[in-house]
Design a protein around this ligand. Structure first.
Ligand code: NDP
Length: 256
């Protein structure tokens, strides 16, 4: 009897930063639907509780912890709470992120620091603390949500582009260091997906159409189209996949 590869995450504990909405919301749902207990995190406590409740009401296992990924003490407290409640952490999705769109000459040092802190430094801290638990288990999956901006650039996004390029470097560095411990570290690089973060630019019909024209698939992505990549990277079947970028961009990076 042939057996299909397993994408079953039953018994696994997953933490998704920024899991309340947008890309993280879709990934939290996909991991929960595949059997993982998902710990949803974000700053807005009401949104965290609402998302965890929504997943539980759909028959999945979920809970929530509200904190800012830039708060080191709160980050430590989050991992302590997961250790107390679950005794393990199998999957970390570093998804929480932001950008500040401004021409270079208007980007302040504070703008630069805010984006680097949220989109890169927090991922280093979260991954280090997750790895502390995962090394003991000799099992773990760390997934960075990067961007096509980790490979190419557009104007007004210097700090974001630098942070996302750095995230691929962090991902590869952790992948080679943690592979002997049974921990894989990979990235998902989304193209354009409609979320709160880009509601402003999406409202501009010129920008919306430019994305459609620039993307070979001819459209923005649907949030449901990222979950499969996250489930694959978190799954038992992806044990030998580390240091890789899974690009989900409708062909954007493949074309000129
Ligand atoms: P959204 O703004 O829609 O969602 C961001 C999520 O992260 C929210 O849950 C938000 O909740 C949380 N968050 C933001 N800042 C913090 C913080 N400091 N601490 C804790 N949680 C935080 O963004 P997207 O879904 O669009 O983006 C998610 C990720 O995907 C980002 O890393 C982004 O760079 C990446 N990405 C997005 C693309 C897109 O087209 N949308 C394309 C490529 C990459 P709260 O505000 O309550 O904290």
């Amino acid at each position: 009897m042939l057996k299909p590869p397993s994408f079953d995450l039953t018994g696994r504990v997953a933490l998704v930063t920024g899991g309340t909405r947008g890309i993280g919301g879709g990934i939290a749902e996909a991991l929960a639907a595949s059997g993982a207990h998902v710990v949803v995190t974000a700053r807005n406590a009401a949104a965290v509780e609402a998302q965890a409740r929504r997943l539980r009401e759909a028959g999945a296992k979920a809970s929530g912890i509200a904190f800012d990924v830039n708060d080191a003490a709160a980050t430590m407290a989050c991992f302590e709470a997961i250790a107390r409640e679950h005794g393990r952490l199998d999957i970390l999705v570093n998804n929480a992120g932001m950008t500040i769109r401004k021409p270079l000459l208007e980007q302040s040092d504070a703008d630069w620091q805010a984006v680097i802190d949220t989109d890169l430094t927090s991922c280093f801290r979260m991954s280090r603390e997750a790895a502390r638990m995962m090394v003991r288990q000799r099992h773990g999956r760390i997934i960075m949500i990067s961007s096509v901006n980790a490979t190419i650039a557009r104007p007004t996004l210097a700090p974001y582009t630098a942070a996302k390029h750095g995230l691929h470097g962090l991902m590869r560095s952790l992948a080679v260091e943690l592979a002997p411990e049974g921990i894989t570290v990979n990235a998902i690089a989304p193209g354009y997906f409609p979320t709160e973060a880009n509601a402003g630019i999406r409202a501009d019909p010129k920008f919306h159409e430019a994305v459609c024209r620039r993307t070979p698939a001819g459209r923005w992505g649907d949030l449901s189209e990222l979950g499969a990549a996250a489930v694959f990277l978190a799954s038992p079947g992806a044990a030998y996949c580390t240091g890789s970028v899974v690009t989900v961009d409708g062909g954007l990076l493949a074309t000129f």
